[in-house]
Design a protein around this ligand. Structure first.
Ligand code: PLP
Length: 324
């Protein structure tokens, strides 16, 4: 079977680069650490000195609860949980049902996917006081931070206003001040102020420009053959008049590679024809291994999708190996 190599040097370089912007990193490791492997990545983040992370679900938090000082669950259940676990509050309705005391309030400042509305703030405050919830953090999420437009700044200004309101509320009621966080990866360099913590995901894994790739996917050669005036694979979508040597590699769409019908550019060669469930055919004679990709920013150009989508779908069955 194929192997996923995780480049520790590059991971640490990315974290170092983010640290220069703001050393307080709330690292996003949701969805199996963007497909990299949540346990392996958690160990490495801990080694680097990361103390706080964000995950998607209670189930993910459970797996890594021993590693960090605080784990923020983006989409939590309503039940109580441990003291190092925080629940994101995505709506007034959710807050009403919530029973876990440590929360981060998420505000909708423009993305309109989820988050509390500013008009709901008085009711939110009332519930927090009544139920003795501790506001550990306050955040919002950008809709368009990878673009050059003004949405980001409108959201930023709204968030600053929310920060004032929350701080006044806490002061008035002698509550501990929460910390504020707003910056996802593509906002890291764009804001006048990143507040107390930054909240990057894809930058950590090197899935955007300016950061080093962490994941490589390498397949094993299972056989080599020659064809002439013939085709290869389902429907013989690749056909060669001339004699060509082809290597069959043990990686297919069941491993998470997006489906392709007519080849795909790899690191040192190219796949031809249709990808199979567990195999693909590549041009040339390879003895042992074929690098499918060692930088997802290049590999993604084969497909009509984004780097996140490719990384996150890498099968958890593939062995993860850290290279020092
Ligand atoms: C996924 C996510 C992030 C990280 O986004 P990137 O674009 O990967 O940096 C940050 N905040 C929230 C709320 C998210 O859902």
């Amino acid at each position: 079977m194929a192997t996923i190599y995780l480049n520790k040097k590059n991971l640490f370089k990315n974290l170092q680069k983010i640290s220069l912007i703001n050393p307080n990193i709330l690292a996003v490791i949701k969805d199996n650490a963007y497909g990299h492997g949540i346990i392996t990545i958690s160990k490495l983040l801990k080694e680097f000195g990361i103390k706080k992370v964000c995950v998607r679900s209670n189930q993910e938090a459970e797996i890594i609860k021993g590693f960090f000082e605080e784990i923020l669950i983006f989409n939590p259940t309503t039940g109580r949980n441990g003291t190092n676990i925080s629940y994101a509050i995505n709506s007034l309705k959710q807050l009403k049902k919530n029973r876990h005391p440590y929360i981060h309030l998420k505000f909708d400042t423009g993305m309109h996917r989820n988050g509390i509305l500013i008009e709901e703030i008085d009711e939110i405050f009332e519930i927090i006081l009544k139920k003795n919830f501790e506001i550990r953090g306050v955040f919002t999420h950008f809709c368009c931070s990878e673009e050059e437009n003004c949405d980001t700044f409108i959201q930023y200004e709204k968030f600053k206003n929310i920060k004032n309101i929350i701080e006044n509320f806490c002061e008035k009621n002698s509550l501990k001040k929460p910390y504020f966080h707003i910056a996802n990866s593509t906002a890291l360099n764009k804001l006048p102020d990143t507040f107390d913590y930054v909240r990057p995901g894809i930058a950590i894994y090197g899935g955007i420009e300016g950061y080093e790739p962490v994941m490589s996917l390498v397949g094993n050669v299972v056989s080599v053959r020659e064809i002439e005036n013939d085709g290869v694979g389902y429907n013989k979508n690749f056909f060669s008049k001339e004699k060509v040597i082809l290597s069959t590699v043990d990686v297919g769409y069941a491993d998470g590679i997006p489906y392709f019908k007519n080849g795909c550019k790899l690191k040192d060669t190219q796949a031809v024809g249709k990808i199979s469930m567990d195999y693909m055919s590549v041009l040339g004679e390879f003895k042992k291994e074929v690098v499918i990709f060692d930088d997802v920013k290049e590999f993604v150009k084969n497909f009509d999708t984004i780097t996140y989508d490719i990384l996150v779908k890498m099968s958890p069955r593939i062995k993860r190996v850290v290279i020092e």
